[in-house]
Design a protein around this ligand. Structure first.
Ligand code: HEC
Ligand SMILES: [Cu+2]
Length: 317
């Protein structure tokens, strides 16, 4: 890696090419709209300077078509850019359904990643080339921002909230990533590399990292936590405590005590664990303890992954 400042980072995905095209075209439009103003201004100041003898009679005061032209054309051009940029923006927030999910937890001052198969890593993130990868991200302390210049993607990580984006890195290689939100003393060293590998190299990397055999998949870690943390004491079918059955809850509508119905997505489940009094399942006592100070963001991710992996008891009949 060169130590100098990279003026134009490499393009590591199709999205990066599209962003560059947008920025390049926008730059061209800015020149197109500004250059005539300055050229004419310079020309007029020279031609109509006081000492110069020119015909100053019958100067035109207005011209409807010219005025309409310089209002309507820039308006339509900039509106076009608004639509184009918005489409790109929505695109990076709508992952394809087959994207693999990697969980990212930021904290002062490091990035922690967890792959669906269980492999964990810090600061450097390995991903396969040519496959859609969704990052589901949260922060353990303050707001951080995940920025990979080579992919032209950047997204804030907010404590207590999940944010996400996705990418499809096309070229194997090593691309710098960094935190783009001032987050305290060591903000400037909060970075790492996105390491894009050929799919077979990624598979090899995954099995090597799993060699330690410590952590199963994220969902398996969650299943263990579900017992260790006493969740099953209330939520298991055989439990004497009246608590909702959680099998297959992910993606289902849940009736709340205030009459609303919400879909149990990742945010709902994580809130149910961290802030149980925020939304209470209809018909149940609000006796669930708060796990806000007990569980780390990674443990909550694991519990949510476990809940996602379960199926309702009725489904198996
Ligand atoms: C003391 C018993 C108890 C324990 C321990 C407990 N819960 Fe709960 N939980 C409840 C009750 C009662 C409700 C329903 C009322 C509410 O929403 O707060 C609930 C609600 C939930 C919901 C929302 C369910 C729905 O249908 O909307 C989730 C998710 C959940 N718990 C997960 C967990 C997890 C994960 C743990 C362990 C970290 C846990 N609970 C520990 C009693 C408990
Ligand atoms: Cu940061």
């Amino acid at each position: 890696m060169s130590a100098g400042i990279e003026l134009w980072p490499p393009q590591a995905s199709h999205h990066a090419e599209q962003v560059d095209l947008l920025i390049g075209s926008f730059g061209a439009m800015v020149w197109l709209l500004t250059l005539p103003v300055f050229v004419l201004m310079t020309w007029f100041t020279i031609r109509y300077r006081r000492s110069h003898q020119v015909n100053r009679q019958h100067a035109p005061t207005h011209n409807l078509w010219v005025e309409l032209g310089w209002s309507v054309i820039p308006f339509l051009l900039t509106l076009g850019f608004y639509v184009w940029a918005t489409m790109l923006f929505f695109d990076i927030h709508r992952p394809p359904p087959d994207a693999m999910t990697i969980h990212v937890v930021a904290k002062q001052w490091m990035w922690k990643y967890q792959h669906p198969e269980g492999a964990r890593e810090i600061n450097d993130l390995h991903v396969p080339a040519g496959e859609p990868v969704e990052l589901v991200m949260t922060s353990e302390d303050v707001i951080h921002s995940f920025f990979v210049p080579g992919l032209r993607i950047k997204q804030d990580l907010v404590p207590g909230r999940y944010t996400s984006l996705w990418f499809n890195a096309s070229r194997p290689g090593r691309y710098a990533l960094r935190c783009a939100e001032f987050c305290g003393t060591d903000h400037s060293v909060m970075g790492g590399n996105l390491i894009v590998l050929q799919p077979q190299d990624y598979a090899a990397w995954l099995s090597r990292s799993a060699d330690g055999g410590l952590d199963g998949t994220l969902a398996e870690t969650g299943a263990t936590l579900f017992r260790q943390m006493g969740c099953s004491g209330c939520h298991a079918a055989a439990s004497p405590v009246r608590a909702p059955a959680l099998g297959g809850i992910f993606g289902r509508p849940v009736a709340l005590s205030d009459g609303r119905t919400v879909i149990a997505d990742e945010q709902y489940l994580s809130d149910a664990i961290l802030l149980p009094n925020k939304e209470i399942a209809a018909g149940y006592p609000s006796i669930m303890p708060t796990y806000g100070n007990v569980l780390t963001a990674e443990q909550v991710n694991a519990l949510v992954a476990y809940l996602k992996s379960t199926h309702a008891a009725q489904d198996s009949k």
